[in-house]
Design a protein around this ligand. Structure first.
Ligand SMILES: [Zn+2]
Length: 192
């Protein structure tokens, strides 16, 4: 896919993540690899629902150097996005959101129960212990979780939210949407 095509996909699915209530306010961030050394990421301080092609920030995956002709700053989580793309060459996109049901399990420091046919097909979702967003500690803990769980497709950040990995932007979005559905079903089943 061309860089312009990736840009258009990031805009479409970042807006969809917001309209699906996977995240609210100006929370969440979405990145995609454009080539072996660079990624695009949503900017800080802007709702995913307001993502524009020109607001995406280009980041060097190895050096974390950022470029934005329009003057935007990257999401403060840009370093762990770059780390995931560097550690997992099979992955093309990383989405971080705060979906309420999945995040409820993250708050309670519990794994999301895998209760349905769709859930049985998912890989385990490792939990990452809390560190403040944007911190060096969270960056390190995410990198450690990726390294110690080869092939994982999602991480639950305790007291924070969800990170999904996809070969494409679309795959990362679908997985976040699905994990939230699985967590919602688990909450409803527990309440019956
Ligand atoms: Zn967050």
């Amino acid at each position: 896919m061309t860089e312009d095509g990736i840009r258009q996909q990031l805009v479409k699915y970042a807006r969809l993540a917001y309209s699906r209530h996977l995240v609210r306010g100006s929370g969440g961030n979405f990145s995609a690899r454009v080539d072996s050394g660079r990624m695009l990421i949503t900017p800080t301080g802007v709702s995913l629902g307001d993502t524009e092609p020109t607001s995406l920030v280009e980041v060097d995956i190895a050096s974390y150097a950022c470029q934005s002709p329009a003057g935007y700053q990257p999401s403060k989580e840009y370093r762990y996005h770059a780390d995931i793309l560097r550690l997992r060459p099979d992955i093309g996109a990383v989405l971080h959101v705060h979906p309420p049901h999945a995040t409820a399990f993250a708050v309670k420091k519990r794994d999301i129960p895998m209760l349905t046919d769709a859930a049985f097909k998912q890989r385990p979702i490792p939990r990452v212990s809390f560190a403040p967003s944007g911190s060096d500690t969270l960056q390190q803990r995410v990198a450690d979780a990726i390294t110690t769980n080869p092939g994982c497709a999602a991480l639950l950040l305790e007291e924070h939210g969800l990170v999904t990995l996809g070969i494409t932007v679309v795959a990362a979005f679908y997985l976040a949407d699905l994990v939230e559905e699985l967590a919602h079903i688990a909450c409803l089943a527990a309440a019956l």
